[in-house]
Write a new protein. Sequence first.
Length: 359
Amino acid sequence: MLRKSTVASWTWVAAFVASCSSDAAKPPAANGGDQAVAAASGSGGDNAAGSTAAAAAGTSAGRGAAQAGTTSPGTAGQLAAGRSGATSAGTEAAAGSSGVAAGSGGAGTAPAGMKPYKGVANSPCAARKLLGVSWYYNWMQSENEPCTDGLGGEFVPMIWGHTGAERQASAIQASVTKFAGSKYGAVLGFNEPDNPSQSDIPVAEAIQLWPSFDNTALRIGTPGTAANANPGQAWFKDFMTQLNATPSLRADFLAIHWYGWNAGSCDAKASQLENYLKWAEAFPGDRPIWITEWGCLNQSAPDEATVIAFYKAAVAMFAKHPRVERYAWYPWSTNCNLNAKDGSLTKLGEAYAEAPAMR
């Protein structure tokens, strides 16, 4: 989805939240593509309706529309986050050095045997601390607002896949080396390469570039695609088939996106999300799963109460799926905001803050 442009204060947050009063008014247009993509892809995975209706919706500004269809959090999340506007790998290669060391955790030091679990997509320091998250990302290679007190969650960089340095093996390798030197523990792969309005990278090119991600000091996350059957799931299946057939290629965890779109898709049992999760679990390799973009868009989020019920059900459902290692909500759409204009927690934000930060 989208990535919000650099956020340094609540002033931006307030302005953005105010702009999200409708599905059409989403984060910076830079990432409107993500929403369009999501909608176009109908990625709801199990939300079949998302593919056609969402596809049309994808044309509306904002990731909300695109993601809605795709179910791919990357699209919507980045719209809001300014995700599509991320700078090239070359520019952000050094960014890793400014981030908080991995494992710092917004919820404090992780208890023995527990690891970061609850995260968020591109929220400012104050918001992350209120939400008690243990990790976060922003569709970029560097942090845009680290917490100086060491709280706010560990930062996970991403090689988004922008034309230029992020599509060059040597530049990607240089960035990954800097991430390792900055003590980051993981790196996220290309953002919605199946989506023409996102990184839009053919599977063959992604496979060719993949060795550049390999660094023994980092865990590597797969590209995250939209959840629609085509091109989202088709792209991901092709990529995983080739990766699993090539011993020299490595991916340590699956990164997936899911968004509700049609009425009822964000149901009180989170059944459609679970169906998509089961689809991801079926890939050989028994890899952990990170749900890096998810939420409720369009008709799936008629009111905050519906979203709260869905979120609580999803967290309960995740408990039945031990391979779900991390998740990051996309809070930049109607009725899905975790923080109000003044920075305080919304009702959904309160429920989010109460959920376990570690697992």
